[in-house]
Write a protein that binds this ligand. Structure first.
Ligand code: GDP
Length: 314
């Protein structure tokens, strides 16, 4: 295995999923690392096709890989497209991990997600909570696929000495988010809904569920910075949580989004929509001990996300 710190300078670094919110943030952050960023569009490389992925890795020979490609969505999308969330996430993770192993990639980071910890894991959730209890039913297919990816990365490390590491980001938001009214995550959904209400003069905006679930949010540029940091300094089989270390009730969060957007009407709750898991806060003490902390305060992060949403509407 390569020595620590692992230096990305001069390396061919493949960002799988570079069009997504996380992948594009990684590309922005890696631009400061003096490495050669390699990407592939969906037309050039279908990550769900094993032979295509194998051939691409043999030709391009990336030395480091950030595995940020995934089929993602909010609570409704996860709960509805259960077959696609399980199949696509499983197959693209196994294809990339195996090709990285076969072609001798020096270092690989697999990105999991905090929603794959057990539904009722003790809060804040430590890395060793993984696989200690039943999953949240609404996103179980996605979680099963991500857990399989983490275990495959770990297996290549333990069996073959591959320097594959896995991280667990919390709920993310920022430029490049998906603003679909039904299929997005809560941050993007609320930015859009409050904005549209403000523009159309709407009197009230409904927030899904009871408003009592709590969530932790991290700006995606902070995540990318943490990933690059861990790629340098971390090499072990254990996961590393990446979060801000603070959570907020959805009802309070909705008020913060309304403030950011400048919506002054009423906020109501739509009880026909699911709450999902009651609380999801990561224990970030391991990350802190590795020398990284979140930098973007929520108000500044929301203002930035809102500006990028308005920009993308133009
Ligand atoms: P989760 O963290 O996997 O549950 O993903 P989401 O971001 O989809 O949902 C987080 C929380 O926000 C849940 O309790 C949702 O019920 C709540 N929520 C409130 N309004 C919305 C909305 O408009 N869209 C989504 N996706 N969630 C919402």
């Amino acid at each position: 295995m390569p020595q620590l710190p692992y230096d990305l300078a001069g390396k061919r670094v493949f960002v799988a999923g570079h069009r997504g919110m996380v992948g594009s943030a990684l590309v922005r952050r890696l631009a400061r690392e003096n490495c050669k960023i390699v990407t592939a569009t969906r037309a050039d490389l279908d990550l769900t096709q094993q032979m295509a992925v194998d051939a691409w890795f043999r030709t391009v020979k990336p030395q480091a890989v950030f595995l940020a490609a995934a089929k993602v969505g909010g609570i409704h999308a996860n709960n509805t497209f259960r077959a696609e969330f399980l199949y696509e996430n499983l197959v693209l993770a196994t294809n990339i991990l195996r090709a990285a192993h076969e072609t001798g990639v020096e270092k690989l980071m697999f990105l999991g997600s905090s929603c794959i910890y057990p539904r009722l894991a003790a809060q804040p959730m430590r890395e060793d909570a993984l696989l200690t209890g039943p999953l949240e039913p609404t996103n179980e297919p996605y979680a099963i696929a991500k857990i399989a990816g983490i275990k495959l990365a770990e297996a290549y490390r333990l069996q073959y000495g591959r320097d594959f590491i896995s991280v667990m980001p919390t709920n993310l938001y920022g430029p490049g988010d998906n603003y679909h009214p039904e299929h997005s995550h809560v941050v993007a959904a609320l930015i859009r809904r409050f904005h549209e209400a403000k523009v159309s003069g709407g009197k009230s905006v409904a927030v899904w569920g009871t408003g009592t679930p709590k969530r932790e949010f991290l700006h995606v540029d902070d995540l990318a910075d943490a990933c690059v940091h861990l790629m340098r300094v971390y090499s072990d089989a254990g996961l590393v949580n990446i979060g801000s270390g603070e959570d907020i009730a959805i009802a309070d969060f909705a008020r913060a989004v309304a403030r950011t957007v400048g919506f002054e009407g009423a906020i109501t709750s739509d009880a026909s929509r699911p709450d999902g898991t009651p609380r999801k806060l990561l224990d970030v003490s391991k990350l802190a001990s590795l020398g990284w902390r979140a930098k973007t305060p929520m108000d500044a992060g929301l203002a930035h996300a809102y500006a990028s949403y308005v920009d993308s509407m133009r």
